[in-house]
Design a protein around this ligand. Structure first.
Ligand code: SF4
Length: 223
């Protein structure tokens, strides 16, 4: 069984609650979505068997917080993930899954071996992906078995009704989870800052913990 993998590398986490943690990144090729703000332009990949990827991961000998499975969308390769997660578990690695939060059947099959789920929420008003709330809801119900935090890109186009939908989802399924608001790095920051403070105020009223964390890898030029 092979997976298409765009790159394997070490770096520090550039976004979310584990910002700054040193990780081994495995970036899977391809995605089931096509968000308007996507800047993950993958045009090359290599095919790996699980044991080949494991051999490559073993070459990284420093101390790492975890192995980050990212993309694209890693859950497109759930059968491959099942195998590689068995191998890396034996090796004592923690597993961090970076996902767009839609493939809930696939998550169900591997959640036992995942430690941290970094789940995107695709707001219809800014992602251009239409209504993914039913999928996000089913996904979060599975993800909540492990540590999970959520992330949403905030653009000038983002509507308050999407934030309210997200807050409702979190309150219903995983009230202790944090929502990370990520200003779109390519838009006018002062305009976004105003919107972000208003969004934080709404979240406070709803008693959902949010924080504003920019995508630092884009700002400081990390991979
Ligand atoms: S889910 Fe992520 S990788 Fe996929 S299209 Fe959207 S931003 Fe790009």
């Amino acid at each position: 069984m092979k997976a298409r993998i765009a790159e394997v590398f070490e770096s520090v986490q550039g976004e979310g609650l584990y910002l700054g943690e040193k990780q081994i990144f495995v970036r899977f090729f391809n995605c089931n979505l096509s968000c308007v703000y996507c800047d993950t332009k993958l045009d090359r990949f290599m095919e790996y068997e699980p044991h080949e990827l494991f051999d490559e991961i073993k070459l990284y000998r420093d101390k790492y917080h975890s192995v980050s499975f990212t993309g694209g969308e890693p859950l497109l390769y759930k059968d491959f993930l099942k195998e590689i997660l068995k191998l890396t578990s034996k090796h004592g690695h923690k597993h961090y899954l970076e996902t767009n939060g839609t493939l809930f059947f696939e998550l169900e099959e591997i959640i036992d071996r995942i430690d941290i789920v970094a789940m995107d929420l695709k707001f219809p008003s800014s992602s251009g992906m239409g209504n993914l709330w039913p999928m996000h809801k089913k996904f979060l119900k599975v993800a909540v078995k492990k540590e999970v935090f959520l992330k949403a890109i905030i653009c000038q186009a983002t509507l308050e009704e999407d934030l309210r939908e997200a807050l409702g989802l979190i309150k219903e399924i995983s009230p202790s989870s944090v929502l990370v608001l990520q200003p779109n790095s390519y838009e006018n920051q002062p305009v976004l800052n105003e919107k972000l403070s208003r969004f934080k105020e709404i979240a406070n009223q709803q008693k959902v913990t949010t924080c504003v964390i920019p995508q630092m890898h884009k700002i400081v030029g990390l991979r």
